[in-house]
Ligand binder design. Structure first.
Ligand code: TPP
Ligand code: SF4
Length: 278
């Protein structure tokens, strides 16, 4: 674990949910290395935002992309180097406002990458504007009289986009979150892990989540119907329980397998490809 430390000063606010996510991913990477994944085969790709600073705090290869563009960057990295494990860290604003089309197409084509979403349900780094998953009525810098829009249900959106792995964790429940991370990373194909993350500075949801979240287990993990039953228990507005866990998992060929079919060693030589076609 000590080898994963960096010298970057941490600038998150005290009590930020990102600390729990950092703890869980460090433990997860430590576990992957112990199980035999070379450290240099792990690549973290970030967006821009409070969430994205996480890559500064972990001593592993990483790439800061543009706001809303980490998924497409990760897809390129994975396609050119299929033996890497590529993990995206992003925020709800970056990926479901600016970058929503990248998310749905990466899920649809089953790109073999992991998307870990720090969901604090607003744009935090820019001080609290509403996003596509803010609850109706949320008061913030850009909605002083309350947000009038309906939020997306993200796992439901992921299901409609054909994601092959869909799960939810909570930054306070670090052991459970680590389990979700390991399952997502070990899944072959597109994995979406939504991580509920309180932002004490602009939308402090910790008390609410502590009371309402529970660990759900889908007995038929490849049943869309069963998964949607759990997923629809919470629509980001209103009362009721909030399920955590792996909601859905299925196997199908992933994007790199489809693209690499029939090539030497089942691997596209990107350099050769560019030299031939440019
Ligand atoms: C294309 C583009 N649009 C807007 C910005 C400004 N910007 C930087 S961070 C940020 C908010 C990020 O919010 P979110 O993705 O939800 O992450 P959080 O900070 O909440 O973790 C915005 C709007 C930018 N850098 N680039
Ligand atoms: S603004 Fe919110 S998300 Fe950003 S560091 Fe502070 S508490 Fe965390």
């Amino acid at each position: 674990m000590n080898e994963l430390e960096t010298k970057c000063p941490n600038t998150w606010c005290p009590g930020c949910g990102n600390f729990g996510i950092l703890m869980a991913i460090k433990q997860t990477i430590d576990e992957l290395i112990k199980r035999g994944t070379p450290k240099e085969k792990i690549v973290l790709v970030s967006d821009i935002g409070c969430n994205s600073k996480i890559v500064d705090y972990i001593n592993v290869n990483s790439f800061y992309s543009l706001h809303g563009r980490p998924i497409t960057t990760a897809e390129g990295i994975k396609l050119a180097n299929s033996d890497l494990r590529v993990i995206v860290f992003t925020g709800d604003g970056g990926t479901f406002n600016e970058g929503s089309s990248h998310f749905i197409h990466a899920a649809r084509r089953n790109a073999n990458i992991n998307v870990f979403l720090h969901n604090n349900r607003l744009f935090a780094l820019t001080t609290g504007q509403f996003t596509a998953v803010s609850p109706k009525g949320l008061k913030g810098k850009s909605t002083p009289e309350g947000n009038v829009e309906e939020p997306f249900n993200l796992p439901e959106l992921a299901m409609a986009a054909k994601a092959s792995f869909i799960a939810r964790g909570y930054s306070v429940k670090v052991d459970h979150l680590k389990k979700m991370m390991l399952e997502a990373i070990n899944h072959e194909g597109f994995s979406f892990l939504e991580i509920l993350q309180p932002c004490p500075s602009f939308f402090d949801t910790a008390k609410d989540y502590n009371e309402r979240t529970y660990e759900a287990i889908n007995p038929e993990i490849d049943s869309k119907e069963k998964a949607l039953g759990f997923i629809r228990e919470w629509n980001y507005n209103g009362e009721g329980k909030i399920p955590l866990g792996v909601f859905y998992k299925t196997e199908r060929l992933h994007y790199e397998e489809e693209i690499n079919k029939g090539t030497e060693d089942n691997k596209v030589d990107i350099k050769k490809c560019l030299a031939t076609h440019l």
